[in-house]
Design a protein around this ligand. Structure first.
Ligand code: CAA
Length: 258
């Protein structure tokens, strides 16, 4: 499959999707979000893939939604066209683990796209912001919700009300970013992490993702109950038998994703 605005490659069980509109710092227009959704759902359906990386260029993961494309929109256009939800929400349908590898700018919708992924690994030159207020709009792809859950109300308010940029160190300290790597090493390091994840039993990894994501949507007691059901379901898989037998027999496990 070939795309105009993204590049895709596969290394073993890891799929890498690179946002590719360098002339506009990977500004996220409709075509890119359609293609990104299609590629991600395609890899999600591919039994050979265990983990997906979404990345950008050295200078920009993505500098936000495409301002030129939306500048003339009226309320009717965005409401009737279901702007943002229509294609951006596709990403949330992906059930396999997704890592955002962020180098350079992750601004507005770029920061929101990274937050839609399951974890964020950042280069030391990464910069995160929700600068929409400066354009007369509020974040529209989950920025006020996911950022608040990730970094606290105080910091989300600070960022979204001032529009200022937060560097990688601050983002990691605040809990938005899982790990930071030197820019030149980012993609190699994230590929290694993705390979580690892709080598895990797939059904179990999908359950980990589903259960952690449930923490965002439910009360603690409902979340614990949800986790317990999935935990019990693990004992119906062949990979639970294999994983535990391999431990006891002191040998590497051979998972079959079943
Ligand atoms: N949309 C469209 N084009 C963009 C863009 C965006 N979000 N961000 C950058 N570009 C374009 C610029 O217009 C410029 O194009 P030209 O060369 O044709 O002029 C090109 O990318 C390079 O950008 P700059 O010349 O501005 O590069 P810089 O290094 O001086 O600055 C920057 C980089 C600080 C990221 C700056 O480009 C910038 O502030 N961009 C906009 C960031 C922003 O406001 N993002 C939020 C968008 S709204 C949103 O995302 C809504 C939502 O919640 C979904």
């Amino acid at each position: 499959m070939s795309y105009n605005t993204i590049l895709t490659e596969v290394e073993g069980k890891v799929a890498i999707i690179t946002l590719n509109r360098p002339q506009v710092l990977n500004a996220l227009n409709d075509e890119l979000m359609d293609e990104l959704g299609a590629a991600m759902l395609g890899f999600d359906a591919d039994d050979g893939i265990g983990c997906i990386i979404v990345t950008g260029s050295e200078k920009a993961f993505a500098a936000g939604a495409d301002i030129a494309a939306m500048a003339k929109h009226g309320f009717q256009d965005v409401y009737r066209g279901d702007f943002i939800s229509r294609n951006w929400e596709q990403i949330k349908r992906v059930r396999k683990p997704v890592i955002a590898a962020v180098s350079g700018y992750a601004l507005g919708g770029g920061c929101e796209l990274a937050m839609m992924c399951d974890t964020i690994m950042a280069a030391d030159n990464a910069k995160f912001a929700q600068p929409e207020v400066k354009l007369g709009i509020i974040p529209g792809a989950g920025g006020t919700q996911r950022l608040t859950r990730a970094v606290s109300k105080a910091k989300a308010m600070d960022l979204a009300l001032t529009g200022r940029m937060m560097d990688a160190v601050e983002a990691e300290r605040a809990g938005l970013v899982a790990r930071i790597f030197p820019q030149a090493d980012l993609i190699v390091e994230v590929k290694a992490i993705a390979k580690t994840i892709a080598d895990m039993p797939l059904i179990t990894a999908m359950m980990v993702k589903e259960s952690i994501n449930a923490a965002y949507e439910t009360t603690l007691s409902e979340g614990i109950r949800f986790e317990r059901r999935l935990f019990h379901a693990c004992f119906a898989t062949n990979d639970q038998k294999e994983g535990m037998a391999a431990f006891i027999e002191k040998r590497p496990a051979k998972f079959t994703n079943s």
